[in-house]
Ligand binder design. Sequence first.
Ligand code: NAD
Length: 500
Amino acid sequence: MIDNTQSTDEQPLNDQATNSSNTSSQAATKHNPSIIASVDELQKQFLHLQKLSRSQPIIEWSTRLDQLDNLEALLSDNQDSLAQAISADFGYRSTSETQFAELFPSFTGISHAKKNGKSWMKTRRASISALYLPAHNEIQPQPLGVVGIIVPWNYPLYLAIGPMIDALTAGNRIMVKMSEAAPKFAEAFAKAVAHYFSSDMVSVVLGEVDIAEAFSKLPFDHLLYTGSTEVGKKIMAAAAPNLTPVTLELGGKSPVIVLDDVNLESAVNRVMMGKTINAGQTCIAPDYVLIHRKYHQRFIELATAWMQQHYPNIANNQDYSYIINKEQFNRVQGYIAGLPTDQVHKITDVDANNDSRLMPPLIITEPAADSKVMQNEIFAPVLPLMHYETLDEAIEFVNARPRPLALYIFGNDDRSIEKLRTHTVSGGVCINEVIIHVAQHDLPFGGVGHSGMGSYHGKAGFERLSHMKPVFVQAKINGLNLFLPPYEGLFKRAMGIFLK
Ligand code: NAD
């Protein structure tokens, strides 16, 4: 068991970093705390931000840049204590994983927004049909106002920071509800935000599900939720009476399809990376593998060797993370307990530990389609290998289930890869890779169907959290007055041309 006893309370926030927001914050801070922990405060703070967003709707690029700088300073100054807080919540979370999967995409996301945000927010010309010339069309991005962000526990830092980057770049004010399942991080993050941001721009909400429910009922200008599909349905229902637009970043079972011409060793290498990072508690972790039965035994051998190479002595390995809580641990153990023993393959010499919540990876061969492990998102380092004969069978298998958040293809045959890409619908796709598409700031990230609604990151996130307002600018001299009632002569001749 790894020593994780260092107190997170001892990490001082850097007093050098100042809140450089040029919104007047001091008077407001007295009445509008940055850290919210009751339904009453929640509603007050929401109304405060809503009022500000209506009275001061324009947020210049210099202010947005200040906010992004604040976010960068917050992370830069507190990265160690925030990583320790996450680790404390997990029982143990590898600091290297927090750096790789949370801090790295956060820092690069902020840089990307700082570099491009000014051009994204410019009013731009849009093309226009010759029929309306010499008028012209414009698209004017505008801040929406107040954006609500609901954060899950599995990557609590990046899944707070990522949406915050997009919301701040788009000139919004924000309220962020942290996950009650990662309370130490939630508290550390809330304190850090209170230090680096004005409560006129950002506040953080702590607390249990009752507060989360009240949060989702607020009439935000947009609500971005990341979490399970089941709770996602509740969020959408809670947002409906206000007609609050929602972005739902949900979960599900992301399949890997392995073609017959695969380099199996490199496929196993990437799939195991995706299944072991954060002990499989990743929304886009490969959930199960569709691969011809003839490869199953070799897959298990390669995965066993891979574990020895990359996580030797897994019972005391500082690179391997633990399961967040007992509930999640027991959920997954329950999936395995129901399986015939000849389907369950250990690929390390260590068993799962009920006390520490260490869960070494397991491979399951051909579990029944109605087994719990194939009916639910696994969200843990348990990897079913399923069998398919023909590509059509693999496509049918995927399409018979809810649309996945990600789909991974390993192999070389371009025609088969193209067929899989075009005959399945998933949030995103990686070819001969897993997970890395989430880190592409130039690609939209999101799900489809039961895996989510709407996408964000980079320009897509900026546009998602802006109102992309269409503006038609009429010219002084134009022909539209020729088309007024009474509808005769020219009007009739024109309709004769255009109505087919
Ligand atoms: P969760 O749904 O239990 O909780 C997420 C958030 O929802 C928490 O902040 C919680 O306070 C809030 N919440 C819980 N019940 C609520 C309610 N009734 N009303 C309003 N808010 C409520 O999810 P989780 O267990 O924290 O996260 C795991 C799930 O999230 C997995 O399914 C995973 O695939 C998914 N996920 C998706 C993405 C993505 O980007 N698509 C990323 C990470 C995780």
